[in-house]
Structure formats: C-alpha cells, structure tokens
Design a protein around this ligand. Structure first.
Ligand code: UD1
Ligand code: UDP
Length: 373
C-alpha cells in the first residue's frame, strides 16, 4: 500500500486535481490517499472543494489579503514540514505553476518523497511572462521525479531540458477530465448563480465572458483591458459583457472603478465552477488571461481572445480557437468586433477541438503509479 499526498492551494489547481483525488480514492486497496490544501486561495478554493465534495485532511489556511510572494513561499514550505514528517508520503502530487506548486515541491524534496508533477512541461521561455509562473514550473520540473505532461509538445519541452523520457508520461490535461465529468451535470442545473445571470440577460442576448488576474497585467495592463471593454460595451450596446471578477484587490480596484457604471457590463463575484461552465457554454466569445480557460474553451467550441503577450498553450492557437491579443486595447476591440460582426470568421474559430485530452488523464496517471508499486 503506497501513501499518496496531493497538495494544492488555488482555484485552478483544485479543479484540475479534484478528478485525480477521486481516481486515487477509488483504489483504496492500492493507495492510502490524503489531501493537503495550502489555501493560498480561500473562498475560491472552497467553492471548488464544495462542488467536488473533497474534504482535505490538512488545511494550512495561509491566505492573507493582498499576500506577497516572499511570505507566501516561506509559509508554505514551513507549514508543510510537520505534515510531511507525520504522514511520510511515498508520492507527493503537485500541479502546474503556482507558488503552492513550487514551494510544495521544495518541501517534498526535503522530506525524501518522490514528487510527481501534473501538467508538466508548459513553457513560454520568458522568465517574466507569466510571472512568476514560468519560473515556478521550471523549478518544479527540476525537482520532480515523475512528469505527467498534458501534450506531446509539453513532453518535448521537458526532453529538451534533459529530463529522461522514461520519467515522462503524456496523459492529456486533467482539466478535461473535470470538464467532461461536470459538463453533463450542468446542462439542466439550477443554482442561485445561474438564476441571477438569467435575470440579468435575456435569452436572445449575446454574451461576452471576461476574466483576468495575471500579475504581469496588474496596473497598466488592466487599465487598458478595462478601456477595451468600455469601448466594446459602447460600440455594441445590445451585447452583454459578464465579468466574474477575481478576488485579488489589484484586479477588483481598476475593474470596479472603470466598469461598474456601464449598463451592459455585469461585474459578478467569482462563480462556482459548474456555474462558470454553464456560462462559458452560454457565451459567444471569451476574453481572458486565464490558463485553464484556454484549455476548456476549445472543447466547448468557444473562441477565446487571450489578453497576454505569450502563451504556454500553443496547441489551442494552432487549432484556431485561441488568438493572442496582448493587452493593447485597440487590438482587443478590433478582434472582438470582428468575431461579433463576421459570421463566417466566427464559425471557423468556434469549431470544436480537443487538443488538451480526452478525459482519461487521471486514469492514466493512477495506472502509471500502480505499475510502479
Ligand atoms: C494565483 C497564482 C496564479 C494562478 C491564480 C489562479 C501564484 C503566484 N499565482 O494568483 O498562478 O493562475 O492564482 O487564480 O501562485 N483572494 C481572496 N480570496 C480568494 C483568492 C484570492 O481574497 O479565494 C485575494 C487575496 O487578497 C490574495 C490575492 O487575492 O492575497 C492574491 O492571491 P494570490 O494567490 O497571491 O494570487 P492570484 O492572482 O490569485
Ligand atoms: N473558473 C471558475 N469560476 C470563475 C472563473 C473561472 O470556476 O468565476 C474556473 C475556470 O473554469 C477554470 C479555472 O477557474 O477551470 C481558471 O482559473 P484561473 O483563471 O483563476 O487560473 P489559471 O487557469 O489562469 O491558472
């Protein structure tokens, strides 16, 4: 019986690790599974834990309003010591590229556990974009023993860094496991979040869905994004812009200041994951700087304008569902209007693609670990 510890802390890590937690828990004869949340996010993490009915064994509860990278990193490493020494996991699972990921990898390395990285091998090769995620994932790759890459391209990136192919498995992204499991459940759901949106928007109205949170966009980037949204709202008064605003005060401040007075812009609290999937499905176009949404949208056939200068997810760009606009307001406006006004162009961009997997990533990961035991 092998001891498995899954460590995560933010909303997207929780969404992408939830199906893996379930898959390990489905094999109690092989694995003793425990979950540790750093709670780098609090409310946004708890929304996901509630939906997937995951009860963490350990909760570090470290989130502070307006937290900084220095104290966040230090407190994660420090708080994990007792848990790692008490449970003595054989395998620790971390996900992606957050501060939780990088700090948990370092702490697990100190403990002597084998470390497994889910969503390994994504790269922009630009140290400052996304910041600090590009460096977080490079450090994590250096420390980890087993690398679960979502795509062949991600595997190639790892091999170029001299990581042995025998320690890399291409699985698809677990976000597609979560999406496929949840999408059928949300078709007919009713929830306070969805009912509220239905009250705001008429069935015949088109929706532009917006999210944003990246650190490198804080300040001027967000000012320009908001200017673009204001221009779109004024240019297309019949179109409704829905923006569930990330709880980071550096996002809340400019968004509330610049957009709250516009009648066809609706600023909402972060939505519960099933409500957000429902809203993606209901939307015409998505504007975002999110990583996860770039992966989900092609499987839902939704065109995405990515308000970043770089992406570590080139597969969706190649598939034609994603366009990188950066945060130049003129480009964001031009690309959005083109999608709204040109039907043929819209139809090409909204073709269904599944570059990030077929929903079997978690099974492949668990089978791989089983084969090691
Ligand atoms: C973090 C990750 C980023 C990931 C993103 C997903 C790092 C450095 N960044 O960025 O890689 O893409 O999560 O959303 O790991 N807050 C709340 N409640 C919450 C969540 C956040 O109040 O539930 C506020 C707090 O004031 C917190 C701030 O947001 O201090 C920033 O959170 P933090 O995790 O540091 O950064 P994110 O921008 O969320
Ligand atoms: N999401 C959500 N509610 C929201 C906005 C996003 O549940 O209001 C989900 C979305 O479906 C995706 C994930 O959160 O799976 C993306 O998280 P985020 O953009 O915060 O982080 P990133 O993916 O950029 O790391």
């Amino acid at each position: 019986m092998k001891k498995i510890l899954l460590i995560f802390g933010t909303r997207p890590e929780a969404i992408k690790m939830a199906p893996l937690v379930k898959e390990f828990q489905n094999h109690p004869q092989h694995f003793h599974t425990r979950v540790c949340v750093t709670a780098q996010h609090r409310e946004m993490l708890d929304q996901v834990l509630n939906f997937f009915e995951i009860q963490p064994n350990y909760d570090l509860n470290i989130m502070k309003p307006g937290q900084n990278l220095y104290s966040l990193t230090a407190s994660i490493i420090e708080s994990l010591k007792d848990i790692l020494e008490d449970f003595k996991p054989d395998y620790v699972f971390v996900h992606g590229d957050t501060t939780t990921t990088m700090a948990a990898s370092i702490a697990s390395f100190y403990s002597g556990a084998k470390i497994c990285h889910v969503e390994a091998g994504l790269r922009t090769f630009d140290k400052y974009s996304p910041f600090p995620e590009e460096i977080n994932r490079q450090i994590t790759s250096r420390i980890c023993d087993i690398h679960f890459a979502p795509t062949e391209k991600a595997k190639e990136n790892l091999e170029k860094e001299n990581i042995s192919a025998k320690n890399i498995l291409v699985t698809g992204n677990t976000v597609i496991d979560a999406l496929f499991e949840s999408v059928s459940k949300v078709e007919n759901i009713s929830s306070p979040g969805i009912n509220h949106i239905k009250e705001l928007i008429q069935p015949n109205q088109e929706i532009i869905l917006v999210t944003g949170h990246r650190r490198e966009n804080h300040g001027d980037g967000f000012e320009r994004i908001c200017k673009a949204l204001k221009d779109i709202a004024n240019n297309k008064p019949e179109v409704q812009i829905i923006f569930p605003v990330h709880l980071n005060p550096k996002v809340q401040e400019p968004v509330q200041r610049l957009l709250s007075h516009l009648s066809n812009v609706h600023l909402l609290e972060p939505l519960a994951y099933p409500d957000f999937i429902w809203l993606m499905n209901r939307s015409k176009v998505i504007l975002t700087d999110s990583g996860g949404i770039q992966e989900e949208a092609p499987s839902l056939g939704k065109p995405v304008l990515v308000m970043r200068d770089t992406t570590e997810r080139p597969e969706a760009v190649e598939a034609g569902t994603v366009i990188l606009t950066g945060t130049d307001d003129a480009i964001i406006v031009k690309e959005t209007l083109k999608l709204l006004n040109d039907k043929n162009y819209y139809n090409t961009m909204s073709a269904l693609h599944n570059p990030y997997g077929d929903g079997t990533a978690c099974r492949k990961i668990v089978d791989f670990i089983k084969s090691k035991t």
